[in-house]
Design a protein around this ligand. Structure first.
Ligand code: SF4
Length: 383
């Protein structure tokens, strides 16, 4: 691949995003990488600014409750990402002098940081030469290098090998090149309606030279959102994020009519630690069982008593008595349904882990392309 073509395009076409600017810290880059997984730039950018203002360093986040982090996460989706980032912040503050590590191995040892995120931070925050492979990069390589219509199923080893093979020798150029590959996949070589006429690689693109063959790999699944457990979990969390304190179960029951699905989702949120139930049967965000919080995520100086338990008549047939716990914890620390001893799933099947490395979901309908970030300076010194 002609590196100069892509590096030159980057200099003129890359988006000016805050986590790409020279003054952005590695902490800011890490937050952007976590947020951008399965969430588009347009939704991430305002929340990213709020987070950096609220938590300019990892220790600031570590000092906040998980509940506050979840509130500030808002509607970015997949909220376990926020919880894992809070855990990572705690470790960075405690074990790494409040500075995000720069080497891939140490980054991968942090909670919630997988291969993709570790490589992205090492590359985009510290300018290292690493193969950084996401869905966009896989698609560009599949077309421009292999001449295929699109990327097939991900393969960690093969995908890393493919990208390592085309990185420039020079470390700085390699870091910029990695960012440019992603940007090309996000803006030009998109899953549908790719803009080949505007592509810097057009003249040497193997897909063009092959006669633009159609994609011949396995059919790609379109992940739906409406009606899924992910939607229900989001609605339940919305109630808790918007409440000034713990809420009775009736406030959760109104968000979804399918009782079975709603109860399953509530149990999964409890099991994941995204929701807690206090001894009086009320539900709240993690760590907010006593202190009330306002909608802006700040705790008032004088906590007020919280809501009363739910009247029996107001509860659904599956709702527990206020004194019941939806999930009980046994001596081995595992969460079980009361009296049934059934271990709960750590999370529902529709919610991926916070970091899936290069095995990111495919570019499909409801999950926008993970438009991504960049190195802080281009090879020509421009941001
Ligand atoms: S020419 Fe078209 S298919 Fe080839 S890399 Fe560019 S945008 Fe992608």
């Amino acid at each position: 691949m002609n590196h100069e073509l892509l590096l030159g395009w980057w200099d003129t076409a890359a988006r000016d995003l805050p986590w790409r600017r020279p003054d952005c810290t590695a902490w800011g880059v890490l937050i952007s990488e976590i947020m951008l997984q399965q969430t588009p730039v347009s939704r991430v950018e305002p929340i990213w600014h709020e987070w950096l203002a609220r938590w300019p360093v990892p220790s600031a986040m570590a000092a906040s409750s998980q509940g506050e982090v979840l509130r500030m996460w808002g509607k970015l989706g997949y909220p376990r990402r926020a919880m894992r980032l809070h855990e990572a912040a705690t470790v960075i503050a405690r074990d790494h002098g409040d500075v995000v590590p720069s080497d891939v191995e140490t980054l991968e040892s942090l909670p919630g940081i997988g291969s993709y995120t570790a490589r992205a931070v090492a590359t985009f925050a510290y300018g290292q030469k690493c193969a950084v492979v996401d869905t966009n990069v896989r698609r560009v390589v599949a077309r421009a290098v292999h001449g295929a219509g699109d990327a097939g199923p991900p393969s960690t080893k093969r995908d890393l090998r493919d990208v390592e093979a085309i990185l420039p020798e020079d470390q700085h150029d390699a870091a910029v090149f990695s960012a440019a590959l992603m940007e090309l996949g996000a803006l030009i070589c998109t899953a549908k309606n790719q803009k080949c006429a505007d592509c810097p690689l057009f003249a040497e693109c193997a897909w063009q030279l092959n006669g633009r063959p159609a994609y011949a790999g396995p059919e790609k699944k379109v992940q739906k959102f409406a009606g899924t457990d992910r939607q229900v979990r989001g609605k339940l969390l919305d109630v808790l994020r918007g409440a000034p304190g713990p809420v009775p179960k009736v406030q959760l029951d109104v968000v979804w009519n399918d009782v079975t699905q709603r109860e399953k989702c509530l149990v999964s949120l409890l099991s994941d630690g995204l929701v807690e139930q206090s001894d009086d049967g009320l539900f709240h965000l993690p760590g907010e069982g006593i202190v009330q919080q306002s909608n802006d995520g700040r705790a008032p100086a004088s906590p007020e008593p919280t809501a009363s338990p739910v009247p029996t008549a107001a509860r659904s047939s599956l709702a527990p008595l206020p004194s019941d716990r939806i999930v009980q914890q046994s001596d081995d620390g595992l969460s079980r349904l009361p009296a049934e001893g059934i271990v709960q799933q750590p999370h529902d099947a529709l919610s991926p882990p916070p970091d899936r490395g290069i095995d990111q979901q495919s570019h499909d309908g409801l999950f926008p392309l993970p438009d991504r970030r960049i190195v802080q300076q281009s090879n020509k010194g421009t941001a």
